[in-house]
Design a protein around this ligand. Sequence first.
Ligand code: HEC
Ligand code: HEC
Length: 275
Amino acid sequence: MRNLSTRRRHPLAGFVVLLMGLVVAGGLYAAFAPRAATAEEASSRDVEAGRQLFLIGCASCHGKNASGITTKSGGNYGPSLIGVGAAAVDFQVGTGRMPLAQSGPQAPRKDPEYTAEETSQLAAYVASLAPGPAIPESEYLDWRAANTEEVREGGEFFRTNCTACHNSVGAGGALPNGRYAPSLDNTSAKHIYEAMLTGPQQMPLFSDAVITPDDKRNVIAYVKTLQQQPDYGGLAGGGLGPVVDGMFTFIIGIGALVGFAVWIGAHGARVKKQR
Ligand code: HEC
Ligand code: HEC
């Protein structure tokens, strides 16, 4: 007993206790800290491979260090990619928007030029430069797990936040200055999530803080339901419904009748008699 209490008063005792406290706290932090959205999991080999691909395919516009290149007039050949995150690269390269083929008002969707592996290497490289939104986890992409109620919620969300640009059935629509919101007919669950997460071009950004990953999954489920919906006869007409069908019947039907009447007027039996 005596021995212990003398030792406790050892001048270094306080220091040792502090040190132990720090080690325990550090350990706890490492165990429970939220995973940073950097390329921590990506091996350094991926990052290096991505950097090589980047230098060949992207650096001409985005700069050797991905910090962007400004034109003499103050515009951009390619914006800085520092902090855009793996999600932005996965979206842009995965939907074929990047590498940009020619400058225009908007990078169009096309067949991807890079394999899935190369795309993830490019993403790992850009993510290694600065933290940014990570590629979404598969549990939030599993839209088939959403029940009817959740799909309905997703639909409500879609109508409030997305229809203004993408139309109520996701058929897309025009925007000012030659830009457009694309059709969502063929977009994968991952790319829908990433579009919300990174807000490409004119599209607003719906971060995970604003719309939780669960809500995003419901929106995806709704868009997927739209994609699978068959057209119930008639012309799809961009989802405008019976109005479009009616209009076509009217214009083509009445048009044909008028044309026929004119023809009769010119070729009828009486016309021939008068000649
Ligand atoms: C010909 C020039 C050009 C090339 C080559 C190019 N980009 Fe881009 N990139 C642009 C321009 C311009 C934009 C901005 C316009 C836009 O977003 O549509 C852009 C946007 C992006 C964005 C979106 C940034 C953001 O803020 O969300 C990413 C990510 C990206 N590029 C990655 C790449 C990668 C990776 C490559 C190589 C595989 C590449 N780019 C090749 C010109 C280029
Ligand atoms: C202000 C108009 C606007 C709103 C609102 C908007 N978007 Fe977009 N969206 C765009 C534009 C513009 C693009 C094309 C960006 C590009 O090509 O760089 C786009 C692209 C997309 C894409 C990629 C499609 C593809 O196949 O490549 C998806 C998916 C998407 N949006 C989903 C959504 C969802 C879901 C919402 C609602 C939560 C939404 N958008 C709200 C304008 C909008």
